[in-house]
Design a protein around this ligand. Sequence first.
Ligand code: KG4
Ligand code: ZN
Length: 338
Amino acid sequence: MKNGKFLTLAIESSCDETSAAVVADGRTVLSNIISSQIAIHTAFGGVVPEIASRHHLQNMNTVIDQALKEADVDFSQIDLLGVTCGPGLVGALLMGVATAKAISFARGIPLVGVNHMYGHISANFIAYPELEPPFLCLIVSGGHTNLVEMTDYVQCRVLGATRDDAAGEAYDKVARVIGLGYPGGPKIDRVAAEGDPQAIAFKRVYLEKDSLDFSFSGLKTAVLNYLNTERQAGREIRTADVAASFQAAVVDVIVAKTMKAAERTGQKQLVLAGGVAANSRLRADLHQACEKRGIRLYVPQPVLCTDNAAMIGCAAYYKYKASGPDDLYLDAYPDLAI
Ligand code: KG4
Ligand code: ZN
């Protein structure tokens, strides 16, 4: 406790960010240290799991020390430990889980394993202190694309999911084939701003009439086919146009399905979560669509959209309040469902 506030120390290591945060009363961030490995993985064109694990191991203690220091607290003041236990890369997750269990055991601090997806959703409770469930949530990250209805702080109903690639995965793969490299999302976002989104008519994949599911793998193939055809014909490829047209195809479908979900559930609050929520076109188009329908849109600042431990601290706090601590048998669950 500090000044009467309940303190959670949170750890996130599910992919390529080593992060630790101290969160007060579940919603106030005292520190949120993020050590990104992007520069390391760029040389390989994507995240190399084994290298990610090794860097988590190297950075973990420093990142935790920094988080405590910046929050001006020590272990004796921490009331709860929260750690991402899935989904994610198993070796990367294990680094965080093992660290959290060791601290929990050594210091006698209760421990809670957090589902990374609930972490992404919870970023909104930090960004918007007045936000309360129920609400509709669009989760668009590198590993997941989901439309869910949050019924309370710790439970949700899944309305739709991707059947193949996640939205962020599609961005990353397309960025690679058009020569933008890793990480693809922010790069396509930037380059697309100079391109014409109507230059190439990539097909919008809506699946069955009433489905709220997504499919992005066909779009990736369509981009590849377009590039091959143009190259074979000896025509110049305008990367900015390809990026803008691809992005338009992804965003159009996401916006349409999200609005359909809002209509179906009657929810008037829409919350965005996950790395792709940082995308400027998605934000702008959703903003417009929501305004038309009287829906309030919640979009956390980009640093809270991508992987960070503060969001895990918030989710840990609500999970602990709802169902108490986990024991030291807590493990890493790479395929943990939402
Ligand atoms: O949520 P996140 O940090 O990690 C996962 O849990 O997956 O999301 C990372 C994903 C990557 O695929 C990245 O390319 C994408 O989010 N991303 C973006 C943008 N910023 C990050 N995609 C589109 N536009 C962006 N501005
Ligand atoms: Zn994530």
